[in-house]
Design a protein around this ligand. Sequence first.
Ligand SMILES: *[C@@H]1O[C@H](CO)[C@@H](O)[C@H](O)[C@H]1NC(C)=O
Ligand SMILES: *[C@@H]1O[C@H](CO)[C@@H](O)[C@H](O)[C@H]1NC(C)=O
Ligand SMILES: *[C@@H]1O[C@H](CO)[C@@H](O)[C@H](O)[C@H]1NC(C)=O
Ligand SMILES: *[C@@H]1O[C@H](CO)[C@@H](O)[C@H](O)[C@H]1NC(C)=O
Ligand SMILES: *[C@@H]1O[C@H](CO)[C@@H](O)[C@H](O)[C@H]1NC(C)=O
Length: 500
Amino acid sequence: MATLVCVCVLLFTTATIQAATSPHIVFIVADDLGWNDVGWHNPQMLTPNLDKLAKTGVILNSSYVAPVCTPSRSSFMTGMYAYHTGLQHLVIMPESPAYLSTNFTTLPQRLKEQGYSTHMIGKWHLGFCNWKYTPTYRGFDSFLGYYNGAEDYYSKKMRGGILADGLDFRDNKQPLHTEEYSANVYARRAVDIIKSHNQSKPLFLYLPFQSVHTPIEVPKRFENMYPNIEDKQRRQYCGMVSALDEAVGNITQALEDTGLMDSLLLVFTADNGGPTYTAANNLPLRGSKTTLWEGGTKGAAFVYSKTLLRKSGYENNQMIHASDWFPTFVRLAGGQADSRIDGVDQWKTLSQGEPTQRTEFVYNIDEIFKNGAIRVGDMKLIEGSPGIFNGWYPLPRVTKEDADFDPELLSMTDATSDTYIYKLMKNHCDGVRRTKYRLFNITADPTEHFDLAEKYPDIVSQLKTKLDIYKKSLHPAFDPSWTFKANPLFYDGVWSPGWC
Ligand SMILES: *[C@@H]1O[C@H](CO)[C@@H](O)[C@H](O)[C@H]1NC(C)=O
Ligand SMILES: *[C@@H]1O[C@H](CO)[C@@H](O)[C@H](O)[C@H]1NC(C)=O
Ligand SMILES: *[C@@H]1O[C@H](CO)[C@@H](O)[C@H](O)[C@H]1NC(C)=O
Ligand SMILES: *[C@@H]1O[C@H](CO)[C@@H](O)[C@H](O)[C@H]1NC(C)=O
Ligand SMILES: *[C@@H]1O[C@H](CO)[C@@H](O)[C@H](O)[C@H]1NC(C)=O
């Protein structure tokens, strides 16, 4: 009898300790934010709230994401490389019945197993043709936001590639009509969730903001923060970044006020590099969103915690990949991620500055574009075409003169720019052979000025062998034909599930 009591007490104590050690996790994703579009890389940017978190936390200097949005988000949600989820080819377009396969247990599902409340605010972009692929069926207790890749910041309307306009905005499953700027809507919802959160449970808040994707739209007071920037698009784009910064400031204030900040990890990352063909900037890095260059794949990122980081206030150069957040969060929550996933637990690297748990990673493999890239130690191998934006684009943005593509694009300020770019890429990549290889020493040449392929044929051949091994496990790209069945006209003018 005495032994039994003792065991019970022991179990109770262990459970209490476990609950106390599962910190709250706030995972903020900025959309289409350039490397050079944050205050800690570019003093022209006015991002005081983010700067403070970054500078007192750990700035990540080698944190990699995919060249575009859907593949990165699939890695965040599954801990897998996109080429293992079938979402490696561009993004899910509005009328495409593609989705993140339910074969994968998502990050919020795993965190719920550890007792977390899970909430998502913002952009999903992992498929919605059936309810079972939408956030509240994939592990989130609540959802406020949109299913597609881009929309108007005020009306929340999205124009498809082949069809009509429709509203894309929901509170859980219900369509929501609001004309308020999305950064404000999202910040307010986050503050509400934080303030009403029952602290007997750990909180997971996934905050993939709409900011700062096209269309270029921002309330005047943010645009006015940059009177010295002549270029209108760049001035408004910088304003959008500052609006995002204010939203983050409001959210962190609520985390402080409620005491949640005392046991919390905050991660901030871009989903891909900035699109230099609209108004973003990645200097000194080469290339743009949509490319395999560092400018397309190195995300502006940091981690912050008031209590959990044993080393902070510095720039961490260790190699981290988008798939690593999944096992890192699950482990921090007291669980254990499946060892077969691609991501690795980077907690010791993030919290103590220990060497990275990975020596290589896959930038992407896209069998339709016949391109791909890997990094092994210092070296990066690019197979096939890196993309259609291959320069070092100056501030404020590319001009008509240095654009190596249709200048028509510069006048496109809405979501159709994505559709247009993807069409250009398809045309371009169809004509490029995969047998072209480029080799860079990223440690010595992070801006990719010196192609070493001819100088080091042996290294090219070693890395090519490795890439070929990676390719063997590729899951074919899920790229179904677009369908008119997706038309919001069939759903009271709202982009809705029900057509797959
Ligand atoms: C999901 O699992 C099924 C059955 O094993 C398999 O046929 C399919 O290829 C898987 N899909 C993905 C994206 O892994
Ligand atoms: C931040 O909070 C202030 C005060 O409530 C509010 O006026 C402002 O609009 C909020 N900003 C954002 C981006 O949510
Ligand atoms: C918080 O949750 C616990 C456990 O479910 C419950 O006992 C408690 O009443 C809740 N507190 C509030 C303020 O709702
Ligand atoms: C790559 O650059 C690093 C740093 O300069 C250097 O130590 C290494 O030897 C270089 N590797 C090759 C293959 O040139
Ligand atoms: C961050 O990386 C860049 C190359 O991308 C490098 O030049 C710089 O020295 C790194 N910062 C630190 C603090 O090591």
